[in-house]
Write a protein that binds this ligand. Structure first.
Ligand code: GSH
Length: 213
């Protein structure tokens, strides 16, 4: 388990099993910090009821509450948590030359990958190349896999919060047939999933899913 200081109040993660919030669970396990997990049941629509809507009016997970502040959006949450616990070295420091690429591939997730995947899931053509936030699917995909092909983790030899995000995201999008499976992406997904923190997070998630079944 990673050594970190707990000089900050515990983070609360609002989570629903088998959703995008799994990646944040993976990151919290990688960080090795104490956290509170509040589990919502999508089958009963708990995320669309008043108590949770008062926290996140979009009714979406992941949602994090820390120090009285609400943080939504995966990209913001991954960056926030990685920076909150610098001892865990899950994000490059502000002056590190890898800080720019770290932010680049975080933002790429929200502004290029997700829109491309959602359009694909609806068989919707992207907007014209110049307007579309991701160009076309191949532009997006070739940029991403070109980066992954070069190294074991997104930024090189060191695992960062990016890998908790991308490992889980490529996992579910590949499972749903929304992202093509290639030798590079398969090896990357498996590399992340085999890490002890991912194994723990997947078990927590599967147990919660079973409870809600
Ligand atoms: N833009 C959000 C998207 C989050 C999102 O769509 N979460 C899904 C889980 S996969 C959700 O909460 N869906 C439940 C609902 O909207 O009712 C982010 O990046 O965090």
């Amino acid at each position: 388990m990673t050594t970190t200081s707990y000089a900050t109040p515990k983070v609360t993660l609002y989570h629903m099993p088998q959703t995008r919030s799994l990646g944040v669970l993976v990151l919290l396990e990688e960080l090795g910090v104490p956290y509170d997990l509040k589990v919502l049941d999508s089958k009963t629509g708990e995320n669309r009821q008043a108590p949770f809507l008062a926290i996140n009016p979009q009714g979406k997970v992941p949602t994090v509450v820390h120090n009285g502040a609400v943080v939504t959006e995966q990209v913001a949450i991954f960056t926030y948590l990685a920076d909150l616990y610098p001892e865990a070295k899950m994000s490059p420091a502000l002056t590190d030359p890898l800080r720019g690429p770290f932010l680049r591939w975080m933002a790429f997730y929200g502004s290029s990958f997700e829109p491309a995947i959602v359009d694909k899931s609806r068989n919707a053509a992207p907007a014209g190349r110049a307007l579309s936030p991701y160009g076309d699917f191949d532009d997006m995909w070739n940029s991403l896999t070109g980066q992954l092909a070069k190294r074991p983790y997104m930024l090189g030899d060191q695992f960062t919060a990016l890998d908790a995000l991308w490992g889980t995201a490529l996992g579910w999008t590949t499972t749903f047939g929304l992202a093509p499976e290639t030798p590079v992406t398969r090896a990357y997904i498996d590399r992340i999933a085999a890490r002890p923190a991912s194994v723990r997070a997947l078990k927590i998630d599967a147990d919660l899913m079973a409870k809600q079944a």
